[in-house]
Design a binder for this molecule. Sequence first.
Ligand code: C2E
Ligand code: MG
Ligand code: MG
Ligand code: MG
Length: 291
Amino acid sequence: EAKNLGHGQLRLYDHFFGESIHSRLRLTTDLRHAIERDELSVVYQPQFSAHNLKLTGVEALLRWQHPQHGFIRPDTFISLAEQQGFIREVTDYVFAKSIRELTELELLGTSIPRLSINVSALDFADDDCIELFYRRLENLHDWSLLQLELTETAVINNFEDTLRTLKMLREANVNLSIDDFGTGYSSLSILRRLPIHEVKIDRSFIRDLQVDDDDRTIVRTILAMAHSLNLRVVGEGVEQIEQLLFLQEHGCHDAQGYLLAKPMSAQELAKFLQQEPAALDEIRSQLRAKS
Ligand code: C2E
Ligand code: MG
Ligand code: MG
Ligand code: MG
């Protein structure tokens, strides 16, 4: 779809150091060193019930503080890690770091009901990938606190192998979510074969929800499909109160986006959780006034 293609391509170029970023980074930087040099970190974006704005979980999002280029977003460097053949180390890092941070701050399993981690298609490509996942979960006492987010295309490209691994993870109580849903053209028949708990409606369908009738139709259709399969639905990229209202009215369970909370460090998250009811009171009263 043109809209999504355009969006994805734009993201590669939207850094101040210009359009050659992709090739330059590939040539000059070994991302492997970023882990050793402690240049990576994890930020967390809260997710809320669209109904009452209670916290339902957080999504871990990777950040790279590059010594020359500054702050680099993952859309650019995750694909580099995949191409350079060490996405495994990156995924290891995100699991270890996020589980450790949120456990040390005594947030996970208490004030945070669920931690979502993004995984790559390549995390499912190796024969030993299920052992890798089990090892990554060793320090987590309750595996139902964890959720994996993988994209539709990741699932579809290697369907049978990925399905087998997903089934084992589900049996181990790990939650599973399909990210960027709607961009990969999954059919209902594929969706119903997947042992998933949740779909996340892609931001590109939320963005113009107030004005675009097609997007409204798509979002309603995704919700109807998910409801019929008993899946939880999250709307991502919610920036406007009208978008939240639409999602709420059409039975979307959760919402995530800058309107409610931006991604933040673990320390900031701890603070946010202490003040959270007050931080969202304003939006709650706006919702009441409009509904
Ligand atoms: P995603 O998993 O779909 O994550 C949502 C992205 O939307 C995040 O961008 C988040 O910061 C951004 N976002 C959230 N709310 C809003 C909003 O209201 N407005 C706008 N404009 N953006 C919003 P981010 O952190 O740059 O991550 C981009 C993508 O990189 C992620 O998309 C995910 O596919 C990938 N990614 C991030 N962290 C990891 C990771 O640890 N491992 C892997 N494999 N991929 C990751
Ligand atoms: Mg995600
Ligand atoms: Mg997404
Ligand atoms: Mg995405």
